[in-house]
Design a protein around this ligand. Structure first.
Ligand SMILES: NC(=O)c1ccc[n+]([C@@H]2O[C@H](COP(=O)([O-])OP(=O)(O)OC[C@H]3O[C@@H](n4cnc5c(N)ncnc54)[C@H](OP(=O)(O)O)[C@@H]3O)[C@@H](O)[C@H]2O)c1
Length: 324
Protein backbone atom coordinates (compact mmCIF):
# COMPACT_ATOMS: atom_id res chain seq x y z
CA UNK A 1 0.00 0.00 0.00
CA UNK A 2 1.06 3.59 -0.62
CA UNK A 3 1.01 5.68 2.56
CA UNK A 4 -0.67 9.10 2.67
CA UNK A 5 -0.65 11.95 5.17
CA UNK A 6 -3.23 14.74 5.37
CA UNK A 7 -2.41 18.12 6.89
CA UNK A 8 -5.43 20.22 7.92
CA UNK A 9 -7.65 17.14 8.13
CA UNK A 10 -10.36 18.72 10.25
CA UNK A 11 -11.21 21.24 7.51
CA UNK A 12 -13.55 20.76 4.56
CA UNK A 13 -11.07 19.69 1.85
CA UNK A 14 -9.18 17.56 4.40
CA UNK A 15 -12.45 15.85 5.36
CA UNK A 16 -13.25 15.11 1.71
CA UNK A 17 -9.76 13.64 1.23
CA UNK A 18 -10.22 11.34 4.23
CA UNK A 19 -13.56 10.13 2.82
CA UNK A 20 -12.03 9.35 -0.60
CA UNK A 21 -8.75 7.85 0.66
CA UNK A 22 -10.42 5.58 3.25
CA UNK A 23 -11.99 3.72 0.30
CA UNK A 24 -9.09 4.06 -2.17
CA UNK A 25 -7.77 0.55 -2.97
CA UNK A 26 -4.09 1.58 -3.30
CA UNK A 27 -3.79 3.98 -0.35
CA UNK A 28 -3.45 3.62 3.37
CA UNK A 29 -3.94 6.77 5.47
CA UNK A 30 -0.80 6.97 7.62
CA UNK A 31 -1.71 10.09 9.61
CA UNK A 32 -4.10 13.02 9.71
CA UNK A 33 -2.44 16.06 11.25
CA UNK A 34 -4.36 18.66 13.22
CA UNK A 35 -3.22 21.69 15.21
CA UNK A 36 -6.38 21.68 17.36
CA UNK A 37 -7.55 18.05 17.59
CA UNK A 38 -4.43 15.90 18.14
CA UNK A 39 -5.38 12.70 19.99
CA UNK A 40 -9.09 13.02 19.18
CA UNK A 41 -10.85 10.59 16.79
CA UNK A 42 -11.43 11.72 13.18
CA UNK A 43 -15.12 11.27 13.86
CA UNK A 44 -14.94 14.16 16.34
CA UNK A 45 -14.67 16.50 13.31
CA UNK A 46 -16.39 14.33 10.67
CA UNK A 47 -19.47 12.77 12.27
CA UNK A 48 -20.39 10.90 9.07
CA UNK A 49 -17.25 8.71 9.50
CA UNK A 50 -18.82 6.99 12.53
CA UNK A 51 -18.08 3.26 12.24
CA UNK A 52 -15.75 3.71 9.24
CA UNK A 53 -12.41 4.46 10.90
CA UNK A 54 -10.73 4.17 14.28
CA UNK A 55 -8.01 6.68 13.31
CA UNK A 56 -7.21 9.64 15.56
CA UNK A 57 -5.88 13.06 14.56
CA UNK A 58 -2.22 13.49 15.42
CA UNK A 59 0.15 16.34 16.13
CA UNK A 60 3.07 14.32 14.73
CA UNK A 61 4.14 14.30 11.10
CA UNK A 62 5.74 11.28 9.41
CA UNK A 63 8.16 13.03 7.06
CA UNK A 64 8.84 9.73 5.23
CA UNK A 65 5.25 9.23 4.11
CA UNK A 66 4.84 8.42 0.36
CA UNK A 67 2.44 11.26 -0.38
CA UNK A 68 1.20 14.22 1.62
CA UNK A 69 -1.77 16.52 0.99
CA UNK A 70 -1.62 20.06 2.37
CA UNK A 71 -5.17 21.31 3.02
CA UNK A 72 -4.25 24.65 4.56
CA UNK A 73 -5.16 28.27 4.03
CA UNK A 74 -3.12 30.74 1.98
CA UNK A 75 0.49 31.12 3.25
CA UNK A 76 0.27 28.20 5.69
CA UNK A 77 1.54 25.56 3.21
CA UNK A 78 4.79 27.47 2.69
CA UNK A 79 5.20 27.83 6.44
CA UNK A 80 4.35 24.17 7.08
CA UNK A 81 6.90 22.91 4.53
CA UNK A 82 9.58 25.16 6.03
CA UNK A 83 8.89 23.70 9.48
CA UNK A 84 8.49 20.07 8.30
CA UNK A 85 11.10 19.05 5.70
CA UNK A 86 9.63 15.95 4.05
CA UNK A 87 11.88 13.23 2.65
CA UNK A 88 13.14 13.71 -0.91
CA UNK A 89 10.90 10.78 -1.94
CA UNK A 90 7.66 12.22 -0.54
CA UNK A 91 5.23 13.47 -3.16
CA UNK A 92 3.37 16.65 -2.16
CA UNK A 93 -0.01 17.94 -3.35
CA UNK A 94 -0.84 21.42 -2.09
CA UNK A 95 -4.48 22.56 -2.22
CA UNK A 96 -3.78 26.20 -1.35
CA UNK A 97 -2.77 28.94 -3.78
CA UNK A 98 0.80 29.17 -2.42
CA UNK A 99 2.49 27.56 -5.47
CA UNK A 100 -0.06 27.90 -8.30
CA UNK A 101 1.38 30.87 -10.16
CA UNK A 102 4.55 30.41 -12.20
CA UNK A 103 6.29 33.06 -10.09
CA UNK A 104 5.62 30.93 -6.95
CA UNK A 105 6.13 27.46 -8.45
CA UNK A 106 9.73 26.99 -7.28
CA UNK A 107 10.16 26.66 -3.54
CA UNK A 108 13.14 25.24 -1.58
CA UNK A 109 14.41 23.28 -4.59
CA UNK A 110 10.94 21.90 -5.34
CA UNK A 111 9.10 22.64 -8.58
CA UNK A 112 5.31 22.60 -8.30
CA UNK A 113 3.42 21.58 -11.45
CA UNK A 114 -0.02 23.14 -11.93
CA UNK A 115 -2.39 20.23 -11.40
CA UNK A 116 -5.14 20.61 -13.98
CA UNK A 117 -5.11 17.23 -15.79
CA UNK A 118 -7.12 18.50 -18.78
CA UNK A 119 -4.27 20.97 -19.44
CA UNK A 120 -1.12 19.44 -17.95
CA UNK A 121 -1.57 15.68 -17.87
CA UNK A 122 1.92 14.62 -19.01
CA UNK A 123 3.65 17.05 -16.64
CA UNK A 124 1.48 15.80 -13.77
CA UNK A 125 2.36 12.17 -14.54
CA UNK A 126 6.04 13.06 -14.15
CA UNK A 127 5.69 15.47 -11.22
CA UNK A 128 6.66 15.07 -7.60
CA UNK A 129 5.05 18.30 -6.39
CA UNK A 130 1.61 19.54 -7.45
CA UNK A 131 -0.14 22.88 -6.97
CA UNK A 132 -3.81 21.89 -7.08
CA UNK A 133 -5.98 24.50 -8.88
CA UNK A 134 -8.56 26.70 -7.18
CA UNK A 135 -12.26 25.78 -7.34
CA UNK A 136 -13.51 28.77 -9.38
CA UNK A 137 -10.30 28.51 -11.41
CA UNK A 138 -11.10 24.89 -12.32
CA UNK A 139 -14.68 25.59 -13.39
CA UNK A 140 -13.69 28.64 -15.44
CA UNK A 141 -10.61 27.16 -17.09
CA UNK A 142 -12.51 24.03 -18.13
CA UNK A 143 -15.13 26.34 -19.67
CA UNK A 144 -12.55 28.30 -21.68
CA UNK A 145 -9.52 26.09 -22.46
CA UNK A 146 -10.89 24.65 -25.73
CA UNK A 147 -11.59 28.17 -27.05
CA UNK A 148 -8.07 29.32 -26.10
CA UNK A 149 -6.52 26.21 -27.68
CA UNK A 150 -8.30 27.12 -30.94
CA UNK A 151 -7.16 30.77 -30.49
CA UNK A 152 -10.76 31.95 -30.53
CA UNK A 153 -10.87 34.18 -27.43
CA UNK A 154 -10.84 37.31 -29.56
CA UNK A 155 -13.16 39.52 -27.52
CA UNK A 156 -13.71 40.18 -23.81
CA UNK A 157 -15.10 37.23 -21.82
CA UNK A 158 -17.76 37.91 -19.18
CA UNK A 159 -17.92 35.31 -16.41
CA UNK A 160 -20.49 34.91 -13.68
CA UNK A 161 -20.09 32.09 -11.17
CA UNK A 162 -21.89 31.11 -8.00
CA UNK A 163 -20.43 28.95 -5.22
CA UNK A 164 -21.74 27.08 -2.20
CA UNK A 165 -20.79 28.04 1.36
CA UNK A 166 -18.20 25.22 1.77
CA UNK A 167 -16.01 27.23 -0.64
CA UNK A 168 -15.18 29.51 2.30
CA UNK A 169 -13.85 26.73 4.58
CA UNK A 170 -15.00 25.35 7.91
CA UNK A 171 -14.49 28.44 10.11
CA UNK A 172 -17.76 30.37 10.51
CA UNK A 173 -17.83 33.93 9.20
CA UNK A 174 -20.40 36.69 8.78
CA UNK A 175 -21.19 35.55 5.22
CA UNK A 176 -21.37 31.84 6.06
CA UNK A 177 -23.64 32.37 9.07
CA UNK A 178 -26.92 30.51 8.40
CA UNK A 179 -29.08 33.56 9.16
CA UNK A 180 -27.23 35.61 6.55
CA UNK A 181 -26.56 32.99 3.90
CA UNK A 182 -29.91 31.21 3.90
CA UNK A 183 -32.37 32.61 1.30
CA UNK A 184 -29.67 35.07 0.21
CA UNK A 185 -27.37 35.71 -2.78
CA UNK A 186 -24.57 38.29 -3.09
CA UNK A 187 -21.48 39.03 -5.14
CA UNK A 188 -17.94 39.64 -3.83
CA UNK A 189 -14.51 40.69 -5.15
CA UNK A 190 -16.00 41.87 -8.48
CA UNK A 191 -13.42 41.66 -11.33
CA UNK A 192 -10.53 41.14 -8.87
CA UNK A 193 -10.90 37.57 -7.53
CA UNK A 194 -7.50 35.96 -6.80
CA UNK A 195 -8.16 32.99 -9.12
CA UNK A 196 -7.92 35.26 -12.17
CA UNK A 197 -4.11 34.96 -12.00
CA UNK A 198 -3.99 31.19 -12.51
CA UNK A 199 -6.83 31.30 -15.07
CA UNK A 200 -4.96 33.90 -17.14
CA UNK A 201 -1.68 31.95 -16.96
CA UNK A 202 -3.34 28.80 -18.32
CA UNK A 203 -5.28 30.57 -21.06
CA UNK A 204 -2.30 32.59 -22.27
CA UNK A 205 -0.20 29.40 -22.37
CA UNK A 206 -2.59 28.32 -25.16
CA UNK A 207 -3.49 31.69 -26.71
CA UNK A 208 -0.94 34.40 -26.04
CA UNK A 209 -3.27 37.28 -26.91
CA UNK A 210 -6.27 36.05 -24.88
CA UNK A 211 -8.72 38.89 -24.38
CA UNK A 212 -9.67 40.38 -21.04
CA UNK A 213 -11.72 38.36 -18.53
CA UNK A 214 -14.42 40.06 -16.43
CA UNK A 215 -15.23 37.74 -13.52
CA UNK A 216 -18.07 38.26 -11.04
CA UNK A 217 -18.06 35.66 -8.21
CA UNK A 218 -21.28 35.09 -6.25
CA UNK A 219 -22.14 33.46 -2.93
CA UNK A 220 -25.05 31.04 -3.17
CA UNK A 221 -27.33 29.81 -0.40
CA UNK A 222 -26.41 26.14 -0.91
CA UNK A 223 -23.51 24.22 0.61
CA UNK A 224 -21.52 22.82 -2.30
CA UNK A 225 -21.00 23.25 -6.02
CA UNK A 226 -20.05 25.93 -8.56
CA UNK A 227 -22.09 26.89 -11.60
CA UNK A 228 -20.13 29.18 -13.93
CA UNK A 229 -21.36 30.93 -17.07
CA UNK A 230 -19.00 32.62 -19.51
CA UNK A 231 -19.94 34.41 -22.72
CA UNK A 232 -17.98 36.01 -25.50
CA UNK A 233 -18.17 36.99 -29.15
CA UNK A 234 -18.15 33.94 -31.45
CA UNK A 235 -19.24 34.30 -35.06
CA UNK A 236 -19.08 30.70 -36.24
CA UNK A 237 -21.97 28.24 -35.92
CA UNK A 238 -22.65 26.45 -32.62
CA UNK A 239 -21.60 23.16 -34.23
CA UNK A 240 -18.06 24.51 -34.68
CA UNK A 241 -17.80 25.28 -30.97
CA UNK A 242 -19.30 21.91 -30.04
CA UNK A 243 -16.72 20.14 -32.21
CA UNK A 244 -13.86 22.13 -30.57
CA UNK A 245 -15.01 21.17 -27.08
CA UNK A 246 -15.76 17.54 -27.94
CA UNK A 247 -12.30 17.12 -29.49
CA UNK A 248 -10.52 18.90 -26.63
CA UNK A 249 -12.19 16.70 -23.99
CA UNK A 250 -12.23 13.47 -26.03
CA UNK A 251 -9.86 11.69 -23.60
CA UNK A 252 -10.84 13.57 -20.43
CA UNK A 253 -12.09 11.09 -17.84
CA UNK A 254 -13.89 13.68 -15.73
CA UNK A 255 -14.98 16.46 -18.11
CA UNK A 256 -18.08 15.89 -20.23
CA UNK A 257 -19.69 18.06 -22.89
CA UNK A 258 -23.47 17.86 -22.45
CA UNK A 259 -25.99 18.27 -25.27
CA UNK A 260 -28.74 19.47 -22.92
CA UNK A 261 -28.53 22.49 -20.57
CA UNK A 262 -26.87 21.52 -17.30
CA UNK A 263 -27.61 22.16 -13.64
CA UNK A 264 -25.54 21.96 -10.48
CA UNK A 265 -26.97 18.84 -8.86
CA UNK A 266 -25.82 16.57 -11.69
CA UNK A 267 -22.19 17.01 -10.56
CA UNK A 268 -22.42 17.61 -6.79
CA UNK A 269 -20.69 14.79 -4.85
CA UNK A 270 -18.76 13.76 -7.97
CA UNK A 271 -15.38 14.59 -9.52
CA UNK A 272 -17.08 15.51 -12.79
CA UNK A 273 -17.14 18.79 -14.68
CA UNK A 274 -20.11 19.13 -17.04
CA UNK A 275 -20.01 21.72 -19.82
CA UNK A 276 -22.78 23.02 -22.08
CA UNK A 277 -22.64 25.37 -25.08
CA UNK A 278 -25.37 27.71 -26.32
CA UNK A 279 -25.33 30.28 -29.07
CA UNK A 280 -27.34 33.54 -29.32
CA UNK A 281 -26.67 35.62 -32.44
CA UNK A 282 -22.86 36.18 -32.35
CA UNK A 283 -22.44 35.30 -28.68
CA UNK A 284 -21.32 31.92 -27.35
CA UNK A 285 -22.50 31.02 -23.83
CA UNK A 286 -20.48 28.35 -22.04
CA UNK A 287 -21.78 26.86 -18.80
CA UNK A 288 -19.69 24.66 -16.54
CA UNK A 289 -20.58 22.92 -13.28
CA UNK A 290 -18.37 21.24 -10.68
CA UNK A 291 -18.38 20.28 -7.03
CA UNK A 292 -16.02 22.83 -5.41
CA UNK A 293 -14.78 20.27 -2.87
CA UNK A 294 -14.21 17.45 -5.40
CA UNK A 295 -13.25 18.48 -8.97
CA UNK A 296 -12.55 21.91 -7.42
CA UNK A 297 -10.28 20.52 -4.66
CA UNK A 298 -9.92 17.06 -3.07
CA UNK A 299 -11.25 14.96 -5.97
CA UNK A 300 -8.88 16.66 -8.39
CA UNK A 301 -6.06 16.18 -5.83
CA UNK A 302 -6.72 12.42 -5.84
CA UNK A 303 -6.98 12.44 -9.66
CA UNK A 304 -3.53 14.10 -9.71
CA UNK A 305 -2.20 11.58 -7.18
CA UNK A 306 -3.43 8.68 -9.33
CA UNK A 307 -1.68 10.15 -12.39
CA UNK A 308 1.55 10.78 -10.44
CA UNK A 309 1.57 7.21 -9.12
CA UNK A 310 0.76 5.63 -12.50
CA UNK A 311 -2.61 4.35 -11.20
CA UNK A 312 -5.93 4.38 -13.06
CA UNK A 313 -6.99 8.04 -13.20
CA UNK A 314 -10.40 7.36 -11.65
CA UNK A 315 -9.33 5.01 -8.84
CA UNK A 316 -11.36 5.88 -5.73
CA UNK A 317 -13.25 8.55 -7.67
CA UNK A 318 -16.27 6.72 -9.05
CA UNK A 319 -18.66 8.75 -6.96
CA UNK A 320 -22.42 9.12 -7.18
CA UNK A 321 -24.19 12.46 -7.66
CA UNK A 322 -26.94 13.31 -5.20
CA UNK A 323 -29.37 14.30 -7.94
CA UNK A 324 -32.63 14.38 -5.96
N1 LIG B 1 -13.24 24.84 0.34
C1 LIG B 1 -13.11 24.75 -0.97
O1 LIG B 1 -14.09 24.60 -1.72
C2 LIG B 1 -11.74 24.82 -1.60
C3 LIG B 1 -11.62 24.53 -2.97
C4 LIG B 1 -10.36 24.60 -3.57
C5 LIG B 1 -9.26 24.95 -2.82
N2 LIG B 1 -9.41 25.25 -1.50
C6 LIG B 1 -8.21 25.62 -0.74
O2 LIG B 1 -7.84 24.52 0.07
C7 LIG B 1 -7.28 24.99 1.29
C8 LIG B 1 -8.07 24.38 2.45
O3 LIG B 1 -9.41 24.81 2.34
P1 LIG B 1 -10.55 24.31 3.32
O4 LIG B 1 -11.82 24.83 2.77
O5 LIG B 1 -10.41 22.87 3.60
O6 LIG B 1 -10.14 25.15 4.64
P2 LIG B 1 -10.66 24.92 6.12
O7 LIG B 1 -11.96 24.20 6.12
O8 LIG B 1 -10.59 26.23 6.79
O9 LIG B 1 -9.57 23.94 6.76
C9 LIG B 1 -8.22 24.29 6.93
C10 LIG B 1 -7.68 23.55 8.16
O10 LIG B 1 -6.28 23.86 8.29
C11 LIG B 1 -5.91 23.74 9.67
N3 LIG B 1 -5.04 24.87 9.99
C12 LIG B 1 -5.39 26.16 10.14
N4 LIG B 1 -4.30 26.92 10.34
C13 LIG B 1 -3.23 26.08 10.31
C14 LIG B 1 -1.83 26.27 10.44
N5 LIG B 1 -1.30 27.47 10.63
N6 LIG B 1 -1.02 25.18 10.34
C15 LIG B 1 -1.53 23.97 10.12
N7 LIG B 1 -2.86 23.73 10.00
C16 LIG B 1 -3.69 24.79 10.08
C17 LIG B 1 -7.17 23.74 10.48
O11 LIG B 1 -7.33 22.42 10.99
P3 LIG B 1 -6.85 22.03 12.46
O12 LIG B 1 -7.53 22.99 13.37
O13 LIG B 1 -7.34 20.63 12.60
O14 LIG B 1 -5.36 22.13 12.47
C18 LIG B 1 -8.28 24.01 9.46
O15 LIG B 1 -9.44 23.27 9.73
C19 LIG B 1 -7.35 26.52 1.24
O16 LIG B 1 -6.12 27.04 0.81
C20 LIG B 1 -8.43 26.78 0.20
O17 LIG B 1 -8.25 28.03 -0.46
C21 LIG B 1 -10.61 25.18 -0.87
Amino acid sequence: MITAGIIGGSGYTGGELIRILLHHPAIEIDFVYSTTRAGKPLVSAHADLLGQTELNFTGDVNVNVDIVFLCLGHGNSTKFLQEHPFSANTKIIDLSNDFRLQADANFNGKHFVYGLPELNRTHIENAQYIANPGCFATAIQLALLPLAKAKKINAAVHINAITGSTGAGVSPSATSHFSWRNNNVSWYKPFTHQHLGEINESLTSLQEDTNELFFLPNRGNFTRGILATAYTHFKEPLEVAQELYTQFYWHARFTQVAKEPIHLKQVVNTNQCHIHLHKHENTLLITSAIDNLLKGASGQAVQNMNLMLGLEEDLGLNLKAGVY
